[in-house]
Ligand binder design. Structure first.
Ligand code: SF4
Ligand code: SF4
Length: 315
C-alpha cells in the first residue's frame, strides 16, 4: 500500500518484547525502565494476525525487534508462525547476540532469513561499560554460531559514540575484511537517553571514511550508504538518520510490543491495534500508513517527537 507521499510500505518492524538483558547507555537508564506487564504484551497469535493483516496490505518483510527479541520465551515458535504467513518473503531479527549461540540453528530452521547484530566495540571492558550487563565473548559466540547455522550477509550495527568507541572505527570495519558481513556505522540520534548528551558524543559517519580511506562507495542498501575496500569480502555501511535522505524512500512501519502501530520512528502518532481482528485490524493498519509523516524534524538539535524509549520501539 502507498502512503500519502507515494511511498510503498512493504516492511514491518515488530517489537516482540520491551525487555532486554542489557542496559546500553544510549538506550536505557542503569536501573532499567518500567516494563510492560505480561498481560500488556501481544500474544504470538495477536502478532501473527497483525503480520497477516499487514501482508494483506502489501507488507513483504518483517523484522523482529525488542528490547531484545531473544529474551521472549518461545521466540523460535514465533519466527515459525510469522514465516508461515502468506505473502511474507523475509523474516529478519535485530539482536545483541549475547543469547544467540544456543538458538541460532533453531531460528534458521524455523525460517529466520537474516540477522542484524548490535556490536559497538571489540574491547571487552568497553562492551561491559556500554551495555552495562552484556559480555563481549557471548556476543562474539552468537555471531560465530549464526555463521555456522548458515546465516548469510549478517549486518553488524555499530552506534558511533564520540569519546567512547570512535577510536575503534578501523578494527570494527575490518570485521568485514574476511567475512561475508556488512558493518554498519550508525550516527547517534538525539532521542531518549541521549537527547541531552553533549555535542561531542554525536560523531559524523564521515569519521569512518577518514579511519578507513580505502573504502569506495558502491551504492546504497536500504537506509545505508554502502562501501567496499579492495579485496575485502564484506562491506561497510554508513547510516545517517539525522539527514532526511531516506525519509523520502522510507517503506517501514513499526508495531510496539503492546500493539500500537507507529507510522514513523520519530513521530508521536500511534494507532492502537490491540483487540482488533479481521477487516477492522486491516483498516487500522491502513489508517496508520495513511498517517505516516513525510519525515522526522530533528534538525538543529531538536530531539525526536517520539514519546517512547528505543527499547519500546525496537529502533
Ligand atoms: S540497545 Fe538493544 S541491547 Fe542495548 S539495552 Fe537497548 S534493546 Fe538492549
Ligand atoms: S524518520 Fe520516520 S519517515 Fe524518516 S526514515 Fe525514519 S521512520 Fe521513516
Amino acid at each position: 500500500m502507498r502512503d500519502e507521499f507515494g511511498r510503498d510500505i512493504r516492511y514491518l518492524r515488530l517489537s516482540v518484547t520491551d525487555r532486554c538483558n542489557c542496559r546500553c547507555v544510549y538506550c536505557m537508564p542503569e536501573n532499567g525502565v518500567p516494563m510492560l506487564s505480561h498481560a500488556d504484551i501481544l500474544s504470538f497469535e495477536e502478532m501473527r494476525d497483525i503480520v497477516a493483516a499487514a501482508a494483506s496490505l502489501g507488507v513483504r518483510k518483517v523484522r523482529l525487534t525488542g528490547g531484545e527479541p531473544l529474551v521472549r520465551r518461545g521466540i523460535v515458535d514465533l519466527v515459525g508462525m510469522v514465516a508461515a504467513v502468506p505473502g511474507i518473503d523475509e523474516v529478519d531479527m535485530t539482536t545483541n547476540a549475547t543469547l544467540l549461540a544456543p538458538v541460532a540453528a533453531s531460528l534458521r530452521d524455523a525460517g529466520l532469513t537474516r540477522l542484524n547484530v548490535s556490536l559497538d566495540t571489540l574491547n571487552a571492558a568497553r562492551y561491559k561499560a556500554i551495555t552495562r550487563r552484556g559480555t563481549l565473548a557471548d556476543a562474539l559466540a552468537g555471531l560465530a554460531a549464526a555463521h555456522d547455522a548458515g546465516f548469510a550477509n549478517t549486518k553488524i550495527n555499530c552506534v558511533l559514540i564520540g569519546g567512547v568507541n570512535d577510536d575503534e572505527l578501523r578494527p570494527l570495519a575490518e570485521l568485514a575484511r574476511d567475512r561475508d558481513l556488512t558493518v554498519r556505522f550508525i550516527e547517534l540520534m538525539r532521542m531518549g537517553e541521549c537527547a541531552g548528551w553533549p555535542k561531542g558524543r554525536f560523531v559524523s559517519a564521515d569519521e569512518v571514511l577518514s579511519a578507513v580511506p580505502e573504502l569506495v562507495r558502491v551504492g546504497g542498501q536500504g537506509v545505508s550508504e554502502l562501501y567496499q575496500a579492495p579485496g575485502w569480502k564484506g562491506s561497510v555501511g554508513l547510516i545517517r538518520p539525522m539527514t532526511h535522505r531516506f525519509c523520502s524512500s522510507c517503506d517501514r512501519i513499526r508495531v510496539t510490543a503492546d500493539g500500537r502501530l507507529k507510522p514513523c520512528l520519530h513521530s508521536a502518532a500511534e494507532v492502537n491495534l490491540r483487540g482488533l481482528s479481521g477487516q477492522d485490524l486491516a483498516e487500522a493498519i491502513r489508517a496508520g500508513i495513511a498517517a505516516k509523516p513525510r519525515g522526522h524534524r530533528m534538525d538543529n538539535g531538536r530531539a525526536s517527537d517520539s514519546l517512547r524509549a528505543m527499547n519500546e520501539i525496537g529502533g
